[in-house]
Design a protein around this ligand. Structure first.
Ligand code: GUN
Length: 300
């Protein structure tokens, strides 16, 4: 079998950003409304800081008003809930994103449910989860990583996935479960696998569409991949890369890898997303698309 097609998520995301930017420009010219996105981060996790910085920067590029709230790691739940209430009431803010995970003194569920469902551009609020899982997808805000992954899958396989087996490895609320709902809505036959699944490689070898969202570097090897499968790698893992040498401070350099062993899996897959440059840029593009939709709905 020939080597897999490399799915270019970076280029696909750039096209979506262009469309969002053009639509924003028309919306603002015609109605005076500028979409507003507020991103909130609590604490100093370096990876989260990078993600939140990219989201805020991309929002500006799209022509949005972009507001970033950086709160101390010891912020109380009450203080965060107060900020969310303020953002809910702010007519200039159409999308609110609270970066997860949150520190242990804060109840994540409580915070997510406090966000106005119409400003929940992450799609984590129960109302949006309910819309997605009952088939009211057009009314839901769909979580950004699964929504972006679905676009990449459809680019390869088309809109109707009837007769195809999809296996998702990982059962998180952010990726695994909403991904399952989207694939199911597209008529795929869906299995969610996780750390307790028996004989995971054999199950995965049954997948025409394999989505890896486990957070374990390069765990999915060639023996998990069916010949001709479409492989979507949601993992973003930073690992030591001694082959790159050391940083000036003496620490070993690092590199990003996915949950899939890319080279090995490429020998069997028909199409596969790389890390970086696959699903990651799509997540941010979908956040911008969701924020634009939230603003358009607010405009009536
Ligand atoms: N943490 C990891 N992924 C996400 C995401 O998509 N949204 C938020 N809010 N936090 C995250």
């Amino acid at each position: 079998m020939a080597e897999a097609r490399r799915i270019d998520g970076k280029a696909r995301a750039a096209r979506i950003i262009e469309e969002v930017t053009a639509a924003t420009s028309s919306l603002t010219a015609e109605t005076g409304l500028q979409p507003g996105l507020a991103v909130v981060i609590v604490g100093e996790d370096p990876a989260s800081q990078v993600y939140v910085g990219s989201k805020a920067k991309r929002a500006v590029e799209c022509g949005f008003k972009s507001v970033k709230h950086v709160l101390d790691a010891d912020t109380s739940e009450a203080a965060l809930l107060d900020l969310i209430a303020e953002l809910n009431a702010d007519p200039d803010i159409h999308g609110i994103l609270v970066q997860l995970p949150l520190p242990p003194q804060i109840d994540e569920g409580k915070v997510i449910q406090a966000i106005d469902a119409d400003k929940d551009v992450d799609g984590f609020h129960l109302v949006n989860v309910g819309r997605l899982s009952t088939g009211a997808i057009d009314e839901a805000f769909v979580p950004c990583t699964p929504a972006g992954s679905m676009i990449l899958i459809r680019d390869v396989l088309g809109d109707d996935l009837s007769g195809l087996n999809a296996v998702i490895v990982g059962r998180s609320n952010i990726v695994g479960k909403p991904m399952a709902q989207l694939l199911l809505a597209a008529n795929a036959t869906v299995t969610i696998a996780h750390s307790r699944t028996k004989d995971l490689p054999a199950l995965c070898r049954n997948a025409d569409i394999l989505v890896a969202a486990v957070g374990r570097p390069e765990m999915i090897g060639a023996d998990y991949v069916k010949e001709g499968a479409v492989v979507i790698d949601v993992g973003i893992n930073r690992i030591d890369a001694p082959e790159k040498g050391n940083n000036p401070d003496g620490s070993v350099k690092t590199r990003l890898v996915g949950d899939v062993a890319f080279e090995a899996a490429s020998q069997k897959a028909a199409a596969i997303t790389p890390v970086p440059g696959g699903v990651g840029p799509m997540t941010i593009a979908m956040l911008m698309a969701n924020t634009l939709v939230a603003a358009c709905r607010a405009a009536g």
